[in-house]
Write a new protein. Structure first.
Length: 188
């Protein structure tokens, strides 16, 4: 008799657990939350690209010095890359296409070797010429109206992003920066 009662109890419990009724009515909707207040504009933590143009000459010791503006926060761990506008070509529509090269870049000239190079801190970038000859003998094409793009990449982003840092287009694409977003500065 005990086995029958146990079997009957288990059967009733299994029957009750497996039964499902129709879904109940939905509950009342919740209250809408309050809109938050707009915060102050912060500094750019996703990186940025700046473009500077200047002349190398004896007066600036063949160096272009650029201090980062306060709107661009650069940390000691950030990656700073500098590209030189090397040349221009045309696309199939006759539009100008810039050719950029990552520094350092070395040119072999009649006078000897010329190198465009740079160093940086989290406060500034210094782009300079190095050579094994007198820089005063350089032609204006090597010194005047030189255009550089400075890319500031947060270290974590630079390590995790799948980009070719030697290609400025790849860097701009990874950072979702377009030509219109680049700040341009003419150095004196």
């Amino acid at each position: 008799m005990k086995n029958t009662a146990l079997f009957l109890g288990a059967f009733i419990a299994l029957f009750m657990i497996s039964c499902e009724g129709p879904a109940g009515p939905p509950g009342p909707p919740g209250f809408d939350g309050l809109d938050g207040l707009d915060g102050q504009d912060g500094v750019n933590i996703l990186g940025t690209i700046l473009e500077i143009e200047g002349d190398f000459n004896v007066g600036n010791d063949y160096a272009l010095f650029y201090e980062f503006p306060q709107t661009v926060e650069v940390f000691e761990s950030d990656v700073v890359l500098v590209y030189l506008l090397w040349d221009q070509t045309e696309d199939s529509n006759g539009e100008a296409v810039d050719i950029w090269r990552l520094l350092p870049q070395t040119r072999i000239l009649d006078q000897g070797l010329l190198q465009y190079n740079y160093d940086h801190t989290f406060l500034d970038v210094n782009i300079f010429l190095e050579s094994d000859f007198d820089l005063a003998t350089l032609l204006p094409g090597d010194t005047d109206n030189q255009v550089f793009r400075i890319a500031v990449l947060p270290a974590a982003f630079a390590q995790s992003a799948k980009m070719d840092t030697s290609n400025i287009s790849s860097v701009m694409s990874a950072m979702t920066i377009e030509e219109k977003d680049i700040r341009r500065v003419q150095l004196d």
